[in-house]
Design a protein. Sequence first.
Length: 161
Amino acid sequence: MRYHMRRADKEFTEPEKLRGVLKETCYMTLAMARDGEPYLVSLSHGYDEERNCLYFHCASEGKKLDIMRANPVVWGQVIVDHGYVEKECTHSYVTVMFRGRVSFIEDEEEKRRALRTMLWQLEPDNEARERQMNTDGLATTVFGRIDVEYMTGKKSQEIDL
């Protein structure tokens, strides 16, 4: 069952605007669960618009990997924080929430695509991008892919997208 957003005046659903926020942000917070126990983690990411997926990388073992392997369904959120509005008791923001399914990448070409997507979104320095793309650690790096199944956005009324 899908719920409607109570404040419809703050909702935005236009795919190009939702994708734009995913491409603008650097970090996402993922919610996952195993055995009825929730877990949250914040990760840097890169959004691949063509495939409608988010890439991330992480260590080769740990709690989040164990949870995602047991239950690959995640909910996530990215936010563009425009700050507290003084004397108004409100906050100015743009956020996109999404539901997706995690898989882990084994194919070296897709790992390169994931790294390229992340670097071009996160790293402003071209030399640093190229240096990172040419490292030998790709084979041992764990890359995750979140295929986005659903997303919606919410923003402060004064924000124009």
